[in-house]
Design a protein around this ligand. Structure first.
Ligand code: TMP
Length: 237
């Protein structure tokens, strides 16, 4: 096992392995918001997000979207396909919240008439701006087929994860995913799918069960992350 760090992000560390096609992802407890301006730690977050991501990645893979997951190997680590990441955050929204509510003047909690796709260009200096397809072709090398695939895959994720969560008492308000190319040139969903990268609201009370508790200082963060893991680990009630 090597300890060579290939990349360290805000929430995860990517380690090399002896196989160039495989990396080891380590999920940290560090939390940031607003492009790293707000910093903190959430005890146990790495464990919860690794475990939640494993469950949701398996579900997504069954729905026909290739993911980076090979296997979860410990509480905070998974082995994953090496990916060359595409610098886009792909967001699907079922209900208005967060930046969409601000930008469009639609009150948080208003259901969208249809799931809505957005792309953000990953660039910290620019603050990850909202971009459309035309912008994307000017910002990076990507074919129209591949860009279309990102949209198709992300809606498939929504179609698989949304009912799975609802059966477990969680509304999927919106989520963000990222993709990359593996060493065979195949697009795979990478990064994570967790309360850090999704909005999860309790289906009964609409209580927030995700990173908005950190962003907005709502408290009880660990307890809600633990509760999300408990619900996704168990069959529907
Ligand atoms: P937004 O409403 O702030 O644009 O967020 C949309 C979704 O994307 C929400 O589920 C949170 C997630 N997200 C991230 O995973 N990383 C980010 O840096 C941001 C801004 C949002």
């Amino acid at each position: 096992m090597t300890d060579k760090i290939l990349y360290e992000g805000k929430a995860k560390v990517v380690f090399a392995t002896d196989d160039p096609n495989v990396v080891r992802l380590y999920y940290k407890d560090d939390a940031t918001a607003f492009n790293g301006v707000k910093k903190g730690t959430i005890d146990g977050k790495g464990y919860y997000n690794n475990a939640i991501s494993e469950i949701l990645f398996k579900l997504i893979e069954e729905a026909g979207v290739p993911t980076q997951l090979i296997e979860r190997t410990s509480e905070r680590e998974m082995l994953a396909h090496t990916l060359k990441m595409i610098p886009l955050e792909v967001v699907v929204r079922n209900v208005a919240a967060g930046s969409a509510s601000k930008r469009l003047g639609i009150p948080e909690g208003t259901p969208f008439k249809r799931p809505t796709l957005e792309f953000f260009y990953k660039d910290d200096d620019l603050g990850d701006p909202l971009v459309n397809e035309y912008h994307i072709f000017n910002l990076m090398e990507i074919s129209s087929e591949d860009l279309e695939l990102l949209g198709i895959y992300t809606f498939k994720v929504n179609d698989a994860v949304r009912p799975f969560l609802l059966e477990r008492g969680i509304r999927l308000i919106d989520f963000k995913v990222e993709y990359g190319y593996d060493n065979e040139g195949r697009i795979r969903l990478g990064d994570e799918l967790s309360p850090d990268s999704c909005r999860f609201w309790d289906a009964e009370t609409n209580e927030k069960m995700d990173k908005d508790r950190f962003r907005r200082d709502l408290g009880d963060i660990e307890a809600f992350y633990a509760e999300v893991l408990r619900r996704v680990s168990n069959p529907p009630a």
